[in-house]
Design a protein around this ligand. Structure first.
Ligand SMILES: Nc1nc2c(c(=O)[nH]1)N[C@H]1C(S)=C(S)[C@@H](COP(=O)(O)O)O[C@H]1N2
Ligand SMILES: [Mo]
Length: 388
């Protein structure tokens, strides 16, 4: 029996000891369904993510072999919980806009829903995704709805000295800073100019439903073009400041450390994780009536094309699916893999954006000098076995 060749149906039927190793790694596979065309079989990758040691932080990761829908359903969307997931009574909840504003505002959910509605699709990826052996599924795409943040900030009227917009969540935890331990709410900030982007939403709806609790009910920031961390959930207050916010999520955690300067005189540069980066990944290999195709996604920048490399072969172009794409979403692609030989192969992909930037190889100096796992946008290689 070839493990890599098993279809969903086979997985569901089988329970023998031969599957124990695979089943333990992929226990949650059994709960989900893959709608395959008749005669189609998904080959599971030989390399699989390690067991998640922090299920209280990282939930519901994307399983790449199951990526068959451009929109990730709410019940399959991943979640990141750094503190707790507050259970908020929407009727009693209010959003405050305070600080350096002419007119502080307090808005109920109904008041926010009565403001101009905007919808957009956006692929949200955690900046840690694919940077750790157990974290390969921190990405999803949804249709988000809310009201533009810019309109609310304009209504409050930011004063001359206001340069920073701080977004506070209702979730909180203990932070040790130097020798002090204090309880802090989650917060992230953006410059006023970045916050005023017309794409930013005070978002109350995800795929036509109220936000699920894990994803920020009743209101979150949606910041297209940024890594997940910017998209503050369970919003309770927006403050305008005249200084930068320097908390855990701006300045200690979610900081990329990179060696700059010369070998002999290294300079270690620390940079807060911010905008999304150009990236792609092979999702799955589908066997269809004896033929093979590789399917995948590319995101993080406007995609010009995606290339696929089998083993040490040449880069070859995949076909982009242009029917489903938007400015800040992943682009699906597929690649016909003609007559692969039986046995083990590697599949590597790279995306090229419309400005000509190429997704870096792992050896690229920009990645090789990086010593933290954040912003791991290097080319991804997966292993697969083609059956005899
Ligand atoms: N209030 C709050 N907002 C938060 C977080 C959090 O822990 N608390 N996690 C952030 C991180 S690290 C990511 S990647 C995204 C994940 O969004 P999701 O849980 O809807 O997938 O939310 C961000 N917003
Ligand atoms: Mo994240």
């Amino acid at each position: 029996m070839n493990l890599q060749e098993m279809s969903r149906r086979d997985l569901l039927r089988s329970s023998g000891a031969a599957f124990a190793g695979l089943a333990m790694l992929q226990a949650d596979w059994f709960a989900r369904a893959v709608p395959l065309q008749p005669g189609e079989v998904i080959l599971t990758w030989l390399d699989q993510p390690a067991e998640n040691p922090v299920p209280e932080i990282i939930g519901n990761q994307l399983i790449w072999e199951e990526l068959d829908n451009w929109v990730t359903s709410n019940d399959q969307f991943f979640s990141i919980t750094h503190y707790n997931q507050p259970a908020i009574d929407a009727a009693a909840w209010q959003l405050e806009i305070t600080g350096l504003v002419k007119q502080p505002l307090t808005l109920t959910l109904d008041a926010i829903k009565a403001l101009p509605r905007q919808e957009l699709s956006y692929t949200l990826e955690c900046a840690g995704n694919t940077g750790l052996p157990f974290f390969w599924g921190g990405i999803g795409n949804a249709n988000w709805a809310g009201t533009p943040l810019a309109g609310v900030l304009e209504e409050a009227g930011v004063l001359q000295d206001g340069i920073e917009v701080v977004f506070w969540g209702m979730d909180a935890g203990e932070e040790t800073i130097g020798e002090q331990t204090v309880t802090q709410n989650f917060a992230r900030s953006m410059s006023l100019a970045d916050a005023m982007s017309p794409n930013n939403l005070l978002c109350y709806e995800m795929n036509g439903e109220p936000l699920p609790q894990a994803n920020g009910f009743p209101l979150r920031l949606i910041a297209p073009g940024w890594y997940g961390i910017a998209n503050v959930k369970w919003l309770q207050r927006i403050e305008i400041w005249d200084t930068r916010l320097m908390n855990r999520f701006m300045a200690r955690d979610y900081v990329t450390v990179r060696q700059d300067g010369d070998e002999d005189a290294p300079v270690w540069v620390q940079r807060s994780v911010g905008r999304a980066l150009l990236k792609s990944a092979p999702a799955r290999v589908v066997q269809s009536n004896g033929r093979y195709r590789i399917e995948g996604a590319a995101w993080g920048a406007p995609i010009r094309h995606v290339e696929v490399k089998i083993d040490d072969g040449p880069w070859r172009r995949a076909r982009l699916d242009s029917t489903q794409r938007a400015e800040h979403t992943w682009n699906f692609w597929s690649f016909n893999w003609a007559n692969p030989t039986s046995g083990e192969h590697t599949v590597t992909t790279r995306a090229v954006d419309t400005a000509g930037n190429v997704q870096p190889a792992l050896e690229d100096p920009h990645l090789a000098t990086k010593i933290t796992f954040w912003e791991s946008n290097g080319q991804i290689t997966r292993r697969v076995e083609i059956p005899v």
